[in-house]
Each structure stands twice: as structure tokens, then as C-alpha cells.
Design a protein around this ligand. Structure first.
Ligand code: IK2
Length: 380
């Protein structure tokens, strides 16, 4: 549609980007009925994807906010500390992931956030935490919200995966909307890289929810002063794609269906990998033949075959693979095991053991399960 529209031009956008895109992006994350939007308390600027939104938000805070420390989860996306430090903030970490349970270290998180100085900034992954795939429950989010508001801590949400965690755009925005509903201030960095597949278009948005419409106007004006010397104005094409889709109800519906299909496929990959690890031992084709043999020959002979251990489970508890959320699984493999898998199986992942579930297919799951099985049995 965009290419065929001959009236389209390639003029510069305003410093704050495409107005329609900004409005629709705020609506997408905060909800159509968001009180903050209705009261004009949101200043939104189009930025260079999620990274650019974090950087502009970081520089704005370093210039104008009274507290320059930002608390980021441990672990987090590797770029976070660099983005915020170069923006002029001091990055500290709060406990997030518990390697023992491969789940959330909720107690550690609450303790660390409680001991942050009043007014400090806290970076929160809105959903599908990268790299762990571990998200707080809604009840835990509520506790985090209460604690942060009671200490006047400033939430800075990073939403790089809206729609990818549950398959529902609204569900994946619930954490953010809880904080907006209490009327307090927050920053929000949005990326369309993953959920619209617009990686290279570099399209995202920074929204600052303010205390009043008057403050939002001033904040927007100051954001322009951050952006103008940084990159002057943002790129046009990606934002036009997003605005076109968000504006058109038929295209929007089609997009949400595709998102759901993507999220469901990722969930199915998690189940397939988990099941493959449970039955690992002989290779899948051999196992399949073995299963046939067991079912057709041995079962009639031996009714207690269910108790026979005819296939070896991969050692360890792998239930985190199906419990974790979103695109990434934090496997719990150590760096030696990761190196072994690279060397022996040509499987490539970050050295912290993170794999992208989106990169897996039914065809490649058995190879990965073989490699994990070999790695954890050979290298403890
Ligand atoms: N924030 C988080 C939490 C992200 O995961 C990302 C994207 N990461 O990309 C995959 C990887 O390198 O691990 C971003 C922000 C920023 O993404 P972008 O600038 O592409 O929108």
C-alpha cells in the first residue's frame, strides 16, 4: 500500500516523529481507555526502536531528573548497562533470577528495591524478560508496584516483546497498565522489532507518563532538545508501516492473529524441547523404533513395562523450559557446556546459556535435545 501510494514523499519527519504513530503506540501499550492518555498526560516521541527509546529516555533523565541511579535486573539484556551509563546515569543491579530454581528471586528483588534510595529509577521488563524468560506473576507485580510507589521510585519499562509472551497484546501490557492506573509517573520504551518483525526499520517509541497535561507539554519540549543534536529526526518508513497497520482494523486484526500464531509456535517449541529431553537417550529415530518394539512386543509380554526405564531422561529438572515465557529460554547450561555444544554439535547460543525458541523448529529440536543431553551427561 505504501509503495503504491504515489502521493507519499520522503520529507523529514518532525523531531518527535510521526504524530499518528506516536498516538497509536501509546494506545497500544497503555490501552485505548487509559486515563493518562485521556487526560493528555503522556508525551510520546518516535525513537530508533527499543534501544533508541531507552537511550533518549536515559539522556532525558540524566539532564532533568534529580536521581541519576538506575537499578537494572541481574541478569538483563546486555546492552542495558551500556545504554544507561553512556546516557549519563549510574547503573546498579537488583536481584532477579535465582539459578537454583531457574525462576524469579522475588525476595531478593524486593530487598534490593527496598534498599534503593528514594526516587531512584528502576528498569522493569514489561513482559518476556530477556534473557531469563522469567516474569513476575500479576500478584508479584502488584507488590512491586506498591513498594516502588511507597518509595517514590521511578519505573522505566522496557517493552520489546508485547504480544510475544502470551500472544495477547493486552495481556502482555498488564504490568505497565497497573502502574499507569495508579496515576503515578513512568517511562516506557517500546520496540516494534520483534512483534511486527520490523527489526531493521528501527521503529519504536518513548512515552513519558506525567503528572499533568501541562508537564507533558514541557517534557515533550525537553525531549526534542535531547533528540535534535542526537539524530535530528527519526526515520519515516517503519513508522508509516506501523501506523498503517494500527489504524486499519482489518490489518490490526490480521496482525494480532499472526502474533498469536507466533506466540503459540514458541510455546509449542518449548513443549517439544521439554518432551525431547525427557525421553533423550537413544536418538529419536532409534527411540521411535524402540518404542514400537516395546509397545508391540514387550508390552504383551510384560505388563509392568511402564516401570521399565527404557529411555534415559536427560539429568536435571527441565521444567523451566515450559515455565519460562517468551522468545528466550535461559537453559541453565554453563559456559563449558555451551562451548561443548558449539564444538561438537554446531549449536550456537550466548555463553550464558540463552537460546532463542523462535529459532527452533520441530526438525531441529531432536538435534538440540541430543546436544543438551550429551553436554549435561559429559560435563557436569
Ligand atoms: N530491550 C530488550 C529487553 C531487548 O531484548 C531488546 C532486543 N534485543 O534483541 C535481541 C538481543 O540482542 O538479545 C531491546 C530492548 C532493543 O531492541 P531494538 O532496539 O532492536 O528494538
Amino acid at each position: 500500500m505504501l509503495i503504491q501510494n504515489e502521493s507519499r514523499v520522503k520529507e523529514y519527519l518532525p523531531i518527535t516523529g510521526l504524530a499518528d504513530f506516536n498516538k497509536l503506540s501509546a494506545k497500544l501499550i497503555f490501552g485505548a481507555d487509559s486515563p493518562a492518555i485521556q487526560e493528555n498526560r503522556v508525551a510520546t516521541v518516535q525513537c530508533l526502536s527499543g534501544t533508541g527509546s531507552l537511550r533518549v529516555g536515559g539522556e532525558f533523565l540524566a539532564r532533568h531528573y534529580h536521581e541519576r541511579t538506575i537499578y537494572i535486573p541481574q541478569p538483563t539484556w546486555g546492552n542495558h548497562p551500556k545504554v544507561f551509563t553512556l546516557a549519563g546515569l549510574t547503573a546498579r543491579s537488583y536481584r532477579y533470577y535465582d539459578p537454583a530454581t531457574r525462576g524469579l528471586d522475588f525476595q531478593g528483588l524486593l530487598e534490593d528495591i527496598s534498599s534503593a534510595p528514594s526516587g531512584a529509577i528502576v528498569l522493569l521488563h514489561a513482559c518476556a524478560h530477556n534473557p531469563t524468560g522469567v516474569d513476575p506473576t500479576l500478584e508479584q507485580w502488584e507488590q512491586i508496584r506498591q513498594l516502588m510507589r511507597s518509595k517514590a521510585l521511578l519505573p522505566f519499562f522496557d517493552s520489546a516483546y508485547q504480544g510475544f509472551a502470551s500472544g495477547s497484546l493486552d495481556k502482555d501490557a498488564q504490568s505497565v497498565r497497573m502502574f499507569v492506573a495508579d496515576g503515578g509517573e513512568l517511562l516506557m520504551a517500546q520496540s516494534y522489532a520483534k512483534n511486527m518483525g520490523l527489526y531493521g526499520e528501527r521503529v519504536g517509541a518513548l512515552s513519558i507518563v506525567c503528572g499533568s497535561a501541562d508537564i507533558a507539554v514541557k517534557v515533550e519540549s525537553q525531549l526534542k532538545l535531547v533528540i535534535r543534536p542526537m539524530y535530528s529526526n527519526p526515520p519515516l518508513h517503519g513508522a508509516s508501516i506501523v501506523a498503517t497497520i494500527l489504524k486499519d482494523s482489518a490489518m490490526f486484526d490480521e496482525w494480532t492473529l499472526e502474533l498469536k500464531a507466533m506466540a503459540d509456535r514458541i510455546i509449542s517449541m518449548r513443549e517439544q524441547l521439554f518432551n525431547a529431553l525427557k525421553i533423550r537417550g537413544p536418538s529419536v529415530s532409534k527411540l521411535w523404533m524402540f518404542n514400537l518394539l516395546v509397545h508391540f512386543l514387550l508390552i504383551p509380554l510384560c505388563q509392568s513395562v511402564d516401570h521399565l526405564s527404557y529411555h534415559a531422561e536427560t539429568p536435571g529438572d527441565w521444567s523451566h523450559i515450559i515455565k519460562q515465557i517468551g522468545m528466550f529460554t535461559f537453559t541453565g547450561l554453563n559456559s563449558d557446556q555451551v562451548a561443548f555444544m558449539r564444538q561438537e554439535y554446531h549449536i550456537y547460543m550466548t555463553s550464558d546459556g540463552r537460546i532463542s525458541m523462535a529459532g527452533l523448529s520441530s526438525r531441529t529440536v531432536p538435534h538440540l535435545a541430543d546436544a543438551i543431553h550429551a553436554a549435561v551427561t559429559k560435563l557436569k
